[in-house]
Design a protein around this ligand. Structure first.
Ligand SMILES: Nc1ncnc2c1ncn2[C@@H]1O[C@H](COP(=O)(O)OP(=O)(O)OP(=O)(O)O)[C@@H](O)[C@H]1O
Length: 250
């Protein structure tokens, strides 16, 4: 379980996160939405141990976060910068395994299996620049999954992709989540997306000093599909509820 107790973070005298309280049970896919600049990325980087909180505590399974926790993976929006251009796709994906010590051949085999799983066939020996944006983001997801994270943090991972690719990757994420039961915190500014992928959506208020202003359980069927799910009256009602909460703070 991930737990944030009264987490506060400022940059200089600019208060960004103001006493954030949040508990994410194991296996939940939590979407986080809020107006631009409210502190969603700051929240994620704080959970990832990349940015210390000024006050409050973050614990994972009861252990306080100090530095980047084991079995935590992060996927950022900017796949172009998160992949290493001089490495092949396979070596990019295998990178996190290096620290763990399996031999080169085993690392490669594992990387190739994960690439297949995220729907990338026959690209292991290519370099990232030879792939489309959507394929590069699949590589970044494969790299995040290769260490079988227990907590996956995603910061607007599909924000710069075209609509169709975005839908495909949302469905890939749901499939991985269903199969592995990984706890996921998914930041997006897209209200429809937050509802479509989420088991639950939390809304942050606009800054300065963001807080959780709405906490919405998404009671949609676990098996979702882009056309049917988005047309359900329950989906439309949730989207309206979340949209209203985001706008209320504006
Ligand atoms: N390293 C930093 N130094 C100073 N200020 C920062 C830093 N990182 C973020 N900020 C400020 O903190 C506030 C929150 O930024 P953050 O990127 O977390 O918001 P966000 O909700 O993710 O934004 P967006 O939706 O536009 O991506 C902004 O006012 C931003 O300018």
């Amino acid at each position: 379980m991930l737990r944030l107790d009264s987490v506060t973070r400022s940059f200089g005298d600019h208060l960004v996160l103001d006493r954030i309280e949040l508990t994410v049970p194991d296996g939940q896919l939590l979407s986080v939405v809020g107006p631009s600049g409210c502190g969603k990325s700051t929240l994620l980087r704080t959970i990832a141990g990349l940015l210390p909180a000024d006050e409050g505590t973050i614990t994972i399974d009861g252990t306080p976060v100090a530095g980047v926790p084991d079995r935590l993976a992060v996927v950022f929006q900017d796949y172009g910068r998160s992949l290493l251009p001089w490495l092949t796709v396979r070596d990019n994906v295998a990178l996190p395994l290096r620290r763990r010590g399996p031999r080169r051949a085993a690392r490669h085999a594992e990387a190739e299996a994960i690439l297949e799983r995220v729907g990338l066939h026959g690209v292991a020996r290519r370099h990232p620049r030879q792939l489309s944006g959507g394929m590069q983001q699949r590589v970044a997801i494969a790299r995040a999954l290769v260490c079988r994270p227990s907590l996956l943090l995603m910061d607007e991972p599909f924000g710069s992709l075209d609509a169709r690719t975005r839908e495909d990757l949302e469905d890939l994420l749901l499939e991985v989540h269903r199969a592995d039961g990984t706890t996921i915190v998914f930041v997006t500014h897209d209200i429809d997306e937050s509802v479509y992928v989420g088991d639950r959506v939390v809304v942050l208020s606009p800054g300065p000093g963001s807080r959780v202003v709405q906490d919405v359980p998404v009671g949609l069927p676990g098996k979702r599909d882009q056309l049917t799910t988005r047309g359900l009256p329950a989906f439309v009602a949730l989207r309206t509820e979340v949209g209203r909460a985001v706008r209320q703070g504006d």
